[in-house]
Design a protein around this ligand. Structure first.
Ligand code: ATR
Length: 273
């Protein structure tokens, strides 16, 4: 049977095996999908061993995405832009292809929620790996402007300069931000510590769409805060997780699974898997 897995550390609570098992059942593909948690300095060896022993493909998550970028034989254009790899496929020619489906997953999830990206004014909070992965797919949707704000402003400036060739992207400090924005995407890890990015409440209005790449069994700190200040449309990163997985499954198997039912089941099981 074709073997796939996700590399991460820690990875025990990964929902990828659950998601890919449902995709395989739905599309009637014979495959198994497991977990691997190598020590941080043993990832390269573990990756080699997995493919030497017949593995067909893998996902890569925190903290290995940047390392995976350096270990594959070739990179998709979107992985090159993202500077990170979350999906690896062993091609029929024996080549390890590194891809990145995170940004495509974000855009697919936004669209599935009916969010219009073309001609919209987007605020992206954070300038780490998650923001970097989102930039090219967001700019490809032709927003009127994409503003990056980050606690460490120089990192936002660097990202804006790096992606400037793809569209109207600028960096501003949190203090400089002036609305109205149509969509705010939180790519910071602040919610992990129950913290909030230092965003002025005045930027939130009833018609704004709020997206937090984090998710949990209940609202993230950022989503609770945005709701308190009047945002009616709020979305967490669970849909992005399922959509990036669907994109990876398509890369591996050449068949695109449906995501709605899987997302429903995942929500039902959140916390239990
Ligand atoms: P990831 O790969 O998930 O993006 P990362 O590269 O560590 O993770 O980036 C985390 C991002 O969250 C950074 O933009 C970080 O801001 P700094 O560049 O200033 O470190 C941002 N971040 C983390 N905690 C934050 C907080 N409490 N408030 C605002 N931004 C925060």
């Amino acid at each position: 049977m074709d073997r796939y897995l996700v590399f991460g550390h820690p990875v025990r609570h990964s929902k990828s095996p659950f998601i890919h098992t449902l995709f395989a059942r739905q599309t009637q593909q014979e495959l198994e999908y497991g977990l691997a948690e190598p020590a941080v300095d043993e990832f390269a060896q573990a990756l080699r061993t997995f493919f030497d022993q017949g593995g067909k493909g893998c996902n890569v998550t925190v903290p290995f995405k940047e390392q995976a970028f350096t270990l594959v034989d070739c990179l998709s254009p979107r992985a090159k832009r993202a500077g990170a790899v979350n999906t690896i496929k062993l091609t029929d020619d024996g080549v390890l292809l590194g891809d990145n489906t995170d940004g495509a997953g974000l855009v697919a999830d936004l669209k599935s929620h009916g969010v219009t990206l073309a001609d919209s004014r987007i605020l992206l909070l954070g300038a780490g790996g998650a923001a970097r992965g989102a930039l090219a797919p967001l700019l490809a949707e032709l927003p009127s402007e994409l503003v990056i704000a980050n606690r460490t402003h120089t990192k936002a400036q660097q990202l804006a300069a790096e992606f400037h060739d793809l569209g109207p992207v600028i960096a501003q400090t949190y203090e400089q931000l002036a609305g109205p924005f149509d969509l705010v995407i939180n790519s910071t890890s602040a919610s992990l510590q129950g913290e909030l990015p230092p965003l002025a409440p005045a930027l939130i209005h009833t018609d704004i769409a709020i997206y937090d790449m984090m998710y949990g069994a209940s609202d993230t700190a950022f989503i609770s805060w945005a709701k308190q200040h009047g945002a009616r449309q709020t979305m967490d990163g669970l849909g992005m997780l399922v959509e990036q997985a669907a994109e990876a499954f398509t890369v591996w198997r050449g068949i695109r699974p449906g995501t709605k039912q899987v997302l429903r089941e995942l929500k039902r099981n959140l916390g239990a898997i």
